[in-house]
Design a protein around this ligand. Structure first.
Ligand code: SF4
Length: 340
């Protein structure tokens, strides 16, 4: 059986159902993630793509329960991880899962690593939080983890500080910390954006290897469809807080349906092209306080917009098996009465 078919038949490791995450701006709630549902299967790599401000990172912070306190909150919906509803868990219960079963790596490792502690200390801290382990064992494990992420002199590096390392090395250290407890799910938020192209490729290769060796699921958040093509099984395209298209990676690249996806694909630079391509899509993502209340949120930038796009809100519907789109060009996106 193909990997795709095997994944299709498996129960999801993560299921996000009708998630709404809001930010309080001057006393009013604005939804940064608006009625989003998706699943991640065991061992699957799911890419979440879209420009800045599309809600990708807010969604991952919602899953990790790391929204800024007093400002961001999950208003409704469910986040079911490995059969457990994370929304119903206390802070201390979540702390047991975070870093152990689900972990995360961010774009800029310098802001995630503590500059005053050695690399070894920071790795061992994660191990002590989740495992009963002696100091000696933790140090040995820290060295082994650094080795597993391709660091060539781990015995020395374990006693060094973050500022002594290059950007690529720091990201390797972050990956070592994230996989220290062999999580079932790794959320990688723009893990290579701050790195130069050669190091980017090495880090992506490393992530792929680690995913395969550890049988992890990965959510890869990126604005770069080139990275998605390299890494992912399935792709979710987000725009202005909503999912606008979801499909397996081959379908999305060869048969994109949503005009936003088509424009994102058109913005990927191609090696064999002489002329300069559009480096970005004209216009900007509407801000949270300026979100259209009805109609398609992409309408003011969409080259295919029709008059109804400004008055009718498209819904996510299956245009074919396992390929969902929210665009009024397709009958399946026209809202039926009583369906949100
Ligand atoms: Fe464009 Fe209309 Fe489709 Fe929105 S619903 S993406 S505006 S064609």
């Amino acid at each position: 059986m193909s990997t795709k078919k095997m994944l299709r038949n498996e129960a999801p490791l993560l299921e996000v159902k009708n998630l709404e995450t809001a930010f309080d701006i001057e006393g009013t709630d604005y939804n940064a993630v608006d009625n989003v549902s998706f699943k991640v299967k065991p061992r699957q790599i799911v890419g979440i793509v879209g420009e800045s401000g599309c809600g990708k990172s807010v969604m991952s912070l919602s899953i990790m329960k790391l929204l800024p306190k007093g400002i961001g909150k999950v208003k409704s919906g469910e986040i079911i991880f490995d059969g457990i509803n994370l929304e119903k868990m206390s802070e201390s219960q979540i702390n047991k899962i975070r870093g152990k079963d689900v972990s995360m790596i961010f774009q800029e490792p310098m802001t995630s690593l503590n500059p005053v502690f050695t690399i070894g200390y920071q790795l061992q801290e994660v191990l002590f939080n989740h495992m009963k382990i002696s100091k000696q064992e933790a140090r040995q494990k820290a060295i082994a983890l650094l080795k597993s992420v391709g660091i060539s002199r781990p015995e020395k590096l374990v006693d060094e500080y973050p500022h002594q390392l290059s950007g690529g090395m720091r990201q390797r250290v972050m990956i070592a910390i994230a996989i220290a407890c062999q999580p079932k799910l790794l959320i990688a938020d723009e893990p290579t954006t701050a790195l130069d192209v050669t190091v980017q490729a090495q880090i992506l290769e490393l992530l792929k290897e680690i995913q395969a060796v550890n049988d992890m699921s990965v959510i890869l958040i990126t604005h770069d469809l080139g990275v998605v093509a390299e890494m992912c099984d399935e792709v979710i395209v987000m725009y202005a807080g909503k999912i606008v298209e979801r499909a397996d990676v081959d379908t999305l690249f060869h048969n994109p349906k949503h005009p936003y996806t088509t424009l994102l694909l058109g913005a990927i630079p191609k090696m064999d092209e002489q002329e300069e391509r559009l480096s970005s899509i004209k216009g900007i993502v509407p801000s949270l306080t300026n979100m259209p209340k009805v109609g398609c949120r992409f309408a003011h930038r969409c080259p295919k917009a029709m008059p109804e796009c400004f008055t009718v809100t498209p819904v996510l519907g299956d245009v074919e098996q396992d390929h969902e789109v929210a665009c009024l060009l397709y009958e399946t996106s026209k809202p039926r009465e009583g369906v949100k």
